[in-house]
Design a protein around this ligand. Structure first.
Ligand code: SF4
Length: 408
């Protein structure tokens, strides 16, 4: 069962919060936190706040109180992921250089699952890194230069709902900033701590979380759109990507219906929709849980189903239900997940900025650094590669025909 839930070698949570606390005490180090969308919607549960409470301001205040030098928003990098991933999808549809169907790539447990069980699907997985995979190298290059910081002194910490991200940041290839700057041994992201670990640090320091005054993220890489907010739940990445892909294809703003894409929302394990992009019917599917992923992939392989774009998350309900989130001690299950999801959509609804490509900090980042989505520099820093890990299963694959002939 566990192997199905977490195929990323992160079944048990490795606590790194104390190493991060030690880095904050070291005056030589510059500790920069980046917080994922789903943390701000669940952290309050650790302090007896109502399920789904949106505690972004208190979370930033907590990190500053603990000793963070900068607090940045991974929603910014979620917008960046959408820029790259939606551009890649548009290229797959219009240029045909890479095969269609594109799978999302931001869930490391899904990526590892595909590398292990479905390596034939790897060319279909977007090469775009996950938001924290993009945030890390962008901080150690663009942000460091802008702020006059020595990248060697930066300790990048991602606060995530996810235990699998601890594995993701340690993949060999996650050292784009080191390659770009010619600094040996530097990692793009140094630590991942979970929502629960952050709560633990607050409790250790006897900080009264509920009494904290809201604080805002730091500038440059601290601003995210509503599209970045909804990344945290099943269907959110799809909806965010469709909003921007519409504009990339048509050069027009997406119609209101694409801001409230009902068929991709909700807690069913597999959802499907057809999105009309100026006459082009884009077939999408959203799936979570590896059992559902297997079902869907087998249907795709048999030809029973075909799609242009499929979002995959392994945790129930997406990252809001991640393995590093507060424990569901009262066994509320989907009722709790629905509250967390509601909190994210409420936040998206209340925002003026709801499109990744309209985020002024993203526009500035491309103007000042990356040039444009899928540029040579963007490919080096923001895209990655995957590996066939099917041999990790410990046996040699035997085709059914070989078994039959051996038996016969
Ligand atoms: Fe991590 Fe789960 Fe989100 Fe995947 S779905 S990125 S495993 S929290």
């Amino acid at each position: 069962q566990c192997a199905n839930v977490c195929p990323a070698d992160s079944i048990t949570e490795k606590v790194e919060a104390y190493e991060v606390a030690a880095a904050m005490r070291d005056p030589e180090k510059i500790v920069i936190f980046s917080t994922s969308p789903s943390v701000r919607i669940a952290l309050g549960e650790e302090f007896a706040m109502a399920d789904g409470s949106f505690v972004e301001g208190k979370m930033v205040a907590l990190l500053k109180k603990l000793g963070a030098d900068y607090v940045l928003d991974t929603n910014f990098a979620a917008d960046l992921t959408i820029m790259e991933e939606a551009s890649e999808l548009v290229e797959r549809i219009t240029k045909g250089e890479k095969p269609l169907l594109q799978f999302t790539s931001c869930c490391p447990a899904w990526v590892k699952f595909a590398e292990t069980y479905y390596p034939e699907m790897l060319p279909h997985i977007s090469s775009a890194k996950s938001p924290i995979g993009m945030q890390g190298p962008t901080i150690k290059t663009y942000f460091a230069k802008k702020m006059g910081l020595d990248p060697r002194k930066i300790v990048n910490v991602a606060v995530t709902p996810c235990t699998a991200k601890k594995y993701e940041i340690r993949r060999d290839e996650m050292n784009a900033a080191a390659r770009h700057l010619g600094i040996n041994g530097m990692r793009d992201m140094d630590y991942v701590i979970t929502t629960r670990e952050l709560a633990m640090l607050a409790k250790d320091e006897n900080i009264d979380f509920t009494a904290l005054e809201d604080k805002a993220y730091d500038d440059f890489m601290g601003l995210g759109s509503g599209a970045g907010v909804i990344f945290g739940n099943t269907g959110g990445v799809m909806e965010a990507a469709v909003r921007s892909a519409y504009t990339f294809v048509t050069k027009k703003t997406a119609p209101a219906a694409l801001y409230d894409l009902k068929p991709v929302r909700g807690l069913e394990g597999i959802k499907e929709a057809s999105v009309d992009i100026d006459g082009l019917k884009v077939k999408v599917a959203i799936v979570y849980g590896t059992a559902n992923v297997r079902k869907l992939i087998e249907k795709i392989k048999s030809g029973e189903k075909s799609y242009h774009f499929v979002e995959v998350m392994t945790c129930p309900g997406g990252c809001i239900g991640g393995g590093g989130q507060p424990k569901d001690r009262e066994y509320k299950g989907d009722a709790l997940r629905a509250k967390r999801i509601e909190g994210l959509y409420k936040r998206d609804d209340s925002m003026q900025l709801r499109l990744s490509h309209e985020n002024p900090e993203i526009i500035k980042l491309y103007e000042e650094f990356y040039g444009e989505p899928l540029s040579e520099l963007a490919e080096q820093m923001l895209h990655t590669v995957y590996f066939d890990r099917s041999a990790d299963l410990g046996g040699v694959y035997i085709a059914p025909t070989e078994i039959q002939s051996a038996a016969g």
